[in-house]
Design a protein around this ligand. Structure first.
Ligand SMILES: Nc1ncnc2c1ncn2[C@@H]1O[C@H](COP(=O)(O)OP(=O)(O)O)[C@@H](O)[C@H]1O
Ligand SMILES: [Mg+2]
Length: 230
């Protein structure tokens, strides 16, 4: 589904991603872990086409997309929930969701009912401005907006960061439901919480200083803590 090969990414002179290869198999939830600052968000932005890699390649659904722009990638079915959510605070909840349709260049203005089933608050608050929502509600909006595009591969960058426990539980259930009922959708999840990662993921990568230092189907807490503790 998604395959990164020997990616290297830099901001000007400072290299952040050194040599990352990573695969997301169809229908799998893959979790990427690592301390703050190791380059997880940089990697996500590179997959989405927001940043250009210096070396290496990205292929998606069997096509090399390394040189394709972000719009092309979104239309091809890559969905993105950025860290910090990045919803539009001045637009209503409904308008934010419609932007998802535009990203996928859909003509009809219909939000799939499924999204309101996942996140009822988005229906209840559809006329409220995004900026008036709580952090957790904004996270649900960002997630909902990505789902509107009907992605085949969803990139979630720390969706539970700074969010109240009941909304974390909701997000966990949504990921599990996608796994169960939308088997052609894969997820690449950046997550700091060991328990959350373990409860949803099929495969794990741990990154340190721009490199993958561990990968496997098992996530062994002591092993991973070596890389996650400061
Ligand atoms: N726009 C930027 N310009 C320069 N350096 C950046 C930029 N964004 C992030 N960095 C640096 O790149 C490194 C990796 O950041 P990031 O990918 O956000 O890490 P993570 O998501 O794992 O916490 C950090 O050292 C950070 O300071
Ligand atoms: Mg980050």
């Amino acid at each position: 589904m998604l395959k990164l090969s020997n990616l290297e990414v830099a901001y000007d002179e400072s290299t952040v991603i050194r040599d990352v290869s990573l695969t997301v198999e169809p229908g799998n939830v893959v979790c990427l872990m690592g301390r703050n600052g190791v380059g997880k968000s940089t990697l996500m932005k590179t997959i989405m086409g927001v940043l250009e890699p210096r070396n290496g390649s990205i292929s998606y659904k069997g096509e090399e997309i390394t040189k394709k722009n972000a719009t092309y990638r979104a239309r091809k079915g890559l969905g993105y929930v950025p860290q910090g959510r990045e919803i539009f605070p001045q637009l209503t909840v409904y308008e934010n969701l419609l932007l998802g349709l535009e990203a996928r260049s859909k003509k009809e203005e219909v939000i799939d009912e499924k999204i309101y089933e996942y996140f009822p608050v988005l229906q209840e608050m559809k006329d409220r401005r995004g900026g008036d929502l709580s952090g957790g509600q904004q996270q649900q909006l960002s997630f909902g907006r990505a789902l509107v595009t009907e992605p085949n591969c969803l990139l979630l960058d720390e969706p539970t960061e700074g969010i109240q426990p009941n909304i974390v539980a909701d997000i966990q259930e949504v990921i599990k439901d996608i796994k169960r009922n939308q088997q052609n959708t894969s997820i690449l999840l950046v997550e700091q919480s060991f328990d959350f990662a373990k409860s949803v993921a099929d495969y794990f990568y741990v990154m340190d200083k721009g490199r993958i230092v561990y990968e496997g189907e098992e996530l062994i807490e002591e092993e991973v803590n070596r890389y996650l503790s400061v």
